[in-house]
Design a protein around this ligand. Structure first.
Ligand SMILES: Nc1ncnc2c1ncn2[C@@H]1O[C@H](COP(=O)(O)OP(=O)(O)O)[C@@H](O)[C@H]1O
Ligand SMILES: [Mg+2]
Length: 184
């Protein structure tokens, strides 16, 4: 198992990372995105969709559990899943989508703190706003200064909750990913 941490400065960087990631994705793969609302899960999925060359606008899967984006380039389809309303991957299989999961890349937007995933092979990606993750972190010798920086970052993020850097933690689980070079 490998774990990688990556900083993505803005939404464009997140899309570009998704596009890079798509190069290593193939039919049958499962990508699980975890993070609170606004973390950038859909933005990252847009990049994956662009990299895979699939049809249609990748958007938040509101009102539906899963949306299928067929490939325009003879590759795997993208199945984009909103797991906020999904109990398990078995339920997803039971939906009888236009594309089988074996022939698709499945990207699941998972809510914060929801249950564990069920597939042996998977890419787990956790998206966070750094002020949330970093608030308790870099407080070593210069606790005062670090605290001020963290407060400033939090203020900036409060001013525009959609703006700013994200931290991505990428974890490749299972034999599928052994020896696969991941971007970042
Ligand atoms: N580094 C970043 N990565 C991703 N999105 C970002 C970033 N910085 C700002 N944003 C903005 O944050 C919002 C993320 O929304 P979205 O991708 O729908 O999140 P989620 O699907 O996790 O709820 C978008 O408006 C996007 O433009
Ligand atoms: Mg979303």
């Amino acid at each position: 198992m490998t774990t990688t941490q990556i900083r993505l400065a803005d939404a464009e960087a997140t899309r570009a990372f998704g596009q890079d990631l798509a190069r290593v994705l193939r039919a049958g793969d499962l990508v699980v995105l975890t993070g609170p609302l606004g973390a950038g899960k859909t933005t990252l999925t847009q990049g994956i969709g662009a990299g895979l060359g699939v049809r249609g606008q990748v958007a938040s899967p509101t009102f539906i559990i899963a949306r299928v984006h067929p490939s325009l380039v003879g590759g795997p389809a993208l199945v984009h899943v909103d797991a906020y309303r999904l109990g398990s991957l078995e339920e997803l299989d039971a939906l009888d989508l236009d594309a089988g999961l074996d022939e698709s890349v499945t990207v699941v937007e998972w809510g914060e703190g929801l249950a564990e995933v069920l597939s042996e092979d998977r890419l787990e990606i956790v998206l966070e706003r750094p002020h949330g993750a970093g608030a308790g972190d870099g407080a070593s010798g210069t606790a005062g200064a670090a605290g001020t920086d963290a407060a400033d970052a939090a203020d900036a993020a409060d001013g525009d909750p959609e703006a700013g850097e994200r931290t991505i933690t990428l974890r490749a689980v299972g034999p599928r990913w052994a020896g696969v070079a991941l971007p970042g």
